[in-house]
Design a protein around this ligand. Structure first.
Ligand code: SF4
Ligand code: SF4
Length: 181
């Protein structure tokens, strides 16, 4: 068979090749709130685009803002207008894929609220390194809130204030001596 007749296997999508989701991937999947909704106050972003058998998020939201229609392996859909940014869903996600962003936190800063399972926990007022989806430090941030109760099942929920332009980049933090460098 001539080479040209051999069917090419389909290319995996970019995030599967790199292992990292991009804002573009997420926007294309409808996972990024609109400018208007972001301006209205804190809101969830569910960064889960693989068809995995999982659904705690669909039961976590008291306002039914997150739904998984159809099969267990369908990806979650979010009604951003139902979400009030309460953060209750964050620690329920075993994939650490749920965040709450508040783009209008202050004139110069946004907040990102994220799941944090490592020890030591960060403390309010400390400076931490803020990491992007690839785990690379992109800026410094200040911890403004830490929720770490038994009900959260060993997953703390940490809110960090970051320079506003990083609201859609920061998705993790590094705590400790290196974090404050
Ligand atoms: S942040 Fe609160 S209101 Fe928004 S989806 Fe999560 S649990 Fe629901
Ligand atoms: S709980 Fe997390 S990993 Fe599971 S489907 Fe929901 S967002 Fe995805």
């Amino acid at each position: 068979m001539p080479k040209s007749a051999i069917p090419k296997s389909p290319q995996p999508p970019p995030h599967q090749r790199s292992g990292v989701l991009s804002p573009q991937n997420l926007a294309a999947r409808g996972a990024v709130p609109s400018k208007q909704r972001l301006a209205a106050g804190p809101v969830v972003t569910v960064e889960c685009i693989e068809n995995i058998p999982c659904n705690p998020c669909a039961y976590a939201c008291p306002r039914q803002a997150i739904t998984i229609a159809g099969s267990l392996t369908d990806t979650p859909a979010v009604d951003f207008d139902k979400c009030n940014g309460c953060t209750l869903c964050i620690a329920k996600c075993p994939g650490l894929a749920i965040f709450v962003v508040h783009k209008g936190y202050s004139k110069t800063e946004a907040t990102v609220t994220l799941p944090y399972e490592l020890l030591p926990r960060p403390t309010v007022g400390t400076s931490v390194a803020c990491l992007n989806r690839a785990g690379r430090a992109v800026c410094k941030g200040k911890v403004v809130k830490v929720l770490d109760t038994k009900a959260l099942n060993r997953c703390a929920v940490v809110t960090v204030a970051v320079p506003k332009r990083y609201w859609n980049a920061v998705r993790n933090i590094r705590v400790g001596r290196k974090g404050a460098e």
